[in-house]
Design a protein around this ligand. Structure first.
Ligand SMILES: [Fe+2]
Ligand SMILES: [Fe+2]
Length: 357
């Protein structure tokens, strides 16, 4: 057995104790009270014996791979293995993200100053422990788990090392959890294997509360920050979106190529075909493919006030047209003429997609 990957964060968070026990009923209702009423047990409430080893894990047509000719021409048994491995890769990253959420929430119990925030974080710690348990048990059934992707690891390490609770809350509750929420929301229609289908809706409900709490808390807090502190959070959000969405020229989550090899595909022969198709994707039919950035993450960032005018060109160069007046977020994709024009405009003034302002 190889040594499990271990990484550490030396961040010292400031622990705040207050002799102040007035509870804000309205704020509590949004997460703490609901969470107390909606606890479920990953060990006893899931019928683990219903697991179907040969079933598709996720609905194939919702996977980007299903839109590629180089996948359609593979033999049926190889395709079945490929979609299975791709789903296993995704669920492995979900599991690692759940461990990160557990750890960040543990820090939030200490670092958020008000009691409502501490209680909300505490009950979220329990939710995240349950999510770690349910996905770890599930991947045991599947029989494979992929390591954490280096890009996800870098984002997690950064969130853990942040000292301000606002930065942790943006990174974890508004960005990473919104990505997860997008996945779980699709998940109720997406899950094909019966055991996964039986619990994914419960995880979705928990995550929806976490994201809602993060958004409500930050909506209150961000207008009261200094200009410098708000600017820092705006940049942090922009950088995280660029890294997770992989629209800066480098694919996000490069380690998912390991899933190809595990499906029994000759990667050296397959990869050039795949890259040729995705490098000219204008003809691809992406109807029905969920993009959590467009649907969840960016609208939430707009709502809490972390998408400033000065970064709109950069977001358009990433492929999103954002209207701050209405909050509308439109996915232009990376090959749209407006996206290309935004990239050219950045280049003409010596800026890059990574340093757009
Ligand atoms: Fe979670
Ligand atoms: Fe969560």
């Amino acid at each position: 057995m190889p040594e499990p990957l271990t990484f550490t964060s030396d961040a010292l968070v400031q622990s705040v104790f207050r002799d102040h026990y007035a509870l804000d009923a309205e704020k509590l209702e949004s997460l703490y009270s609901k969470s107390k009423r909606h606890q479920w047990n990953a060990e006893l409430d899931v019928d683990w014996s219903a697991y179907e080893p040969g079933a598709d894990i996720l609905e194939r047509s919702r996977d980007f791979l299903s839109r590629l000719a180089c996948v359609a021409e593979l033999p049926a048994d190889v395709q079945a293995r490929l979609f299975r491995e791709a789903a296993t890769f995704t669920l492995s990253q979900v599991l690692h993200g759940e461990q990160a959420a557990l750890m960040v929430c543990g820090q939030l119990v200490n670092v958020v100053p008000d009691l409502d925030g501490k209680l909300a974080a505490a009950v979220q710690v329990m939710d995240e422990a349950r999510h770690v348990e349910v996905f770890a048990r599930y991947l045991d059934k599947v029989g494979r788990r992929y390591p954490i992707d280096p890009d996800l690891q870098a984002i997690v390490a950064q969130i853990l090392a942040e000292t301000d609770w606002e930065a942790k809350c943006v990174g974890m509750q508004v960005i990473l959890e919104s990505v997860a929420l997008g996945f779980f929301r699709a998940g109720t229609e997406l899950a094909r294997e019966p055991v996964l289908a039986s619990f994914i809706g419960n995880v979705h409900e928990d995550e929806a509360r976490h994201v809602a709490y993060g958004v409500l808390t930050l909506e209150d807090r961000i207008p009261n920050l200094s200009d410098a502190a708000r600017r820092r959070l705006e940049d942090l959000a922009y950088d995280s979106v660029l890294r997770i969405a992989g629209r800066g020229g480098k694919p996000s989550f490069t380690t998912q190529f390991a899933a190809l090899a595990n499906a029994g595909i000759d990667v050296a022969a397959f990869l050039p075909k795949l890259l040729a198709e995705v490098s000219d994707p204008a003809g691809l039919d992406l109807d029905g493919i969920e993009d959590p950035m467009t649907r969840t993450v960016l609208p939430n960032l707009v709502r809490v006030g972390l998408v400033p005018e000065r970064l709109l060109l950069g977001y358009r160069a990433q492929g999103w047209r954002i209207d701050l007046a209405t909050g509308a977020v439109e996915d232009l994709h990376t090959w749209h003429p407006d996206t290309r024009a935004a990239r050219a405009e950045l280049a003409a003034s010596g800026r890059t997609i990574a340093r757009p302002a």
